[in-house]
Write a protein that binds this ligand. Structure first.
Ligand SMILES: Cc1cc2nc3c(=O)[nH]c(=O)nc-3n(C[C@H](O)[C@H](O)[C@H](O)COP(=O)(O)O)c2cc1C
Length: 259
């Protein structure tokens, strides 16, 4: 098999004349919104104010040194305070820079993003979070709130299938026991609007930062996480009710309390 195209995709092409582009931003087209438009009928859940006293291990060295991918979780709920902290650490908005000329609004968050595009939405598959009904939620970063999206019959089974497919159900069982699963979907036009065909590489780099913050923030509060990148694409997209074209899941990470 020839991997040439895939290798080229990993490389920067900003200086290459053959990859020169005029982006929609340069054409003067309006910027995409920084947050997905929400059905106003969705139930909104307030999140506790993020408080740094939640940290059990606030030493960065310890968090880096202890970080591991953790798949064994205690049979205990995640609290809303913990969830609020993890959402803020990964996608919370610290500052909004107002639109200037045709930049669109830019949000600053605990994670960096190429050109401040922040092309990801955060969904949660909630199995065991104190005070939350089981089901699928979406994070509203501008307001730091959750919206309840929909309930799912046999959510653990659906997660196990979406991760393991037909052939690896046994290996995927641990995901069904996770109290909460973060699912990041990409809205590609947010990046394409500014960076055209260079956007996709940048957006993949961005998601690594997001998940790394989840790893470190989880370590800091006595939780653990494990990233998942190999899964049944269609099953996760369908679980969230997204179209798989203009929005699709790119990365998943389970969270629970650990020893
Ligand atoms: C991009 C990426 C994708 C991963 N995908 C999976 C996965 O699909 N399933 C899984 O169990 N672990 C997955 N992991 C976790 C790795 O297997 C884990 O990081 C590796 O074994 C090293 O362990 P450590 O994270 O504890 O250092 C992934 C990690 C990364 C960074």
């Amino acid at each position: 098999m020839d991997f040439k195209n895939n290798r080229t995709f990993m490389k920067s092409g900003f200086d290459l004349p053959e990859r020169e582009f005029i982006s929609d931003q340069e054409r003067g087209l309006p910027p995409p919104s920084v947050e997905k438009a929400m059905d106003s009928n969705l139930r909104i859940i307030e999140l506790p104010v993020v408080d740094k006293n939640i940290m059990k291990h606030s030493d960065l060295y310890d968090c880096l040194n202890n970080r591991r991918s953790r798949r064994n979780y205690k049979d205990l709920p995640i609290t809303l305070e913990e969830l609020s902290f993890l959402l803020w650490s990964t996608q919370g908005v610290q500052k909004m820079i107002p639109a200037y000329k045709n930049t669109g609004h830019i949000t600053l968050r605990p994670v960096p993003s190429a050109g401040g595009r922040h092309a990801y939405e955060t969904y949660l598959a909630v199995n065991n979070v104190a005070g939350l009904e089981k089901g699928i939620y979406i994070y509203l970063p501008l307001a730091h709130k959750l919206a309840f999206y929909h309930s799912v019959d046999n959510l653990p089974d659906k997660l196990i299938y979406a991760y393991g497919g037909e052939n690896y159900q046994e290996e995927a069982m641990w995901l069904g026991r996770a109290p909460v699963v973060f699912l990041w979907s990409c809205i590609p036009y947010r990046g394409e609007w500014r960076y055209h065909g260079e956007a996709h590489r940048l957006m993949l780099l961005d998601i690594g930062h997001i998940c790394q913050n989840l790893y470190l923030a989880s370590e800091g509060i006595g939780c653990g996480t494990c990233a998942i990148a190999g899964y049944v694409q269609k099953a996760f997209d369908e679980l969230l009710g997204i179209d798989g074209e203009n929005e699709y899941v790119v990365y998943v990470s389970a969270v629970g309390k650990v020893e």
